[in-house]
Design a protein around this ligand. Structure first.
Ligand code: ZN
Length: 160
């Protein structure tokens, strides 16, 4: 079966950066399950998988604009500690959800200086060219319930 909108797809993948360092991989674990056409993957990878079938293996290079976006200086902010609610002891590496003009975003604490906290709302992989090696394990149609929930049920997906 070919991958098309609303297909439930299981893939094994390895993600590398420009230097060939492995950033993320499903190798040795469960394959990743996603629904095609629902923005579960970065746009460039989803596009490359369209029309592929189970058993296909492909290498995909994804530019930042089709990946995790370009670094946006406006998403780097310094705010007073007290504006971060219910956070107690704020440390580097902690993450907060914040509202921006584009909706909700995850901000990562990059530094704490006195009463001020530096936050970065860019994805850690912003500005990076992504190199994926992907193997398509299986393709099937999503159920009505899966489409309603926006995620995969059963193998590789949610159990509830
Ligand atoms: Zn569900």
């Amino acid at each position: 079966m070919e991958i098309a909108a609303d297909s439930v797809v299981l893939i094994h993948y390895t993600l590398k950066d420009d230097s060939g360092a492995v950033l993320d991989s499903s190798a040795g674990g469960e394959p990743l399950a996603y629904i095609q056409g629902h923005g579960n993957l970065v746009p460039g990878l989803e596009k490359a998988l369209e029309g592929k079938q189970d058993g296909n293996a492909l290498s995909v290079t994804v530019a930042p604009s089709e990946g995790y976006g370009k670094h946006d200086a406006a998403l780097v902010q310094r705010v007073p500690k007290r504006t971060l609610q219910g956070s107690g002891d704020i440390r580097k590496g902690m993450q907060f959800h914040g509202r921006t003009g584009d909706g909700m975003r995850v901000f990562t604490v990059t530094a704490v200086t006195g009463d001020m906290v530096s936050l970065d709302g860019n994805h850690p992989l912003a500005d990076q060219t992504l190199h994926f090696d992907v193997e398509v394990i299986s393709v099937r149609a999503a159920t009505a319930e899966e489409l309603e929930h926006g995620h995969v049920h059963g193998a590789g997906g949610h159990h509830h």
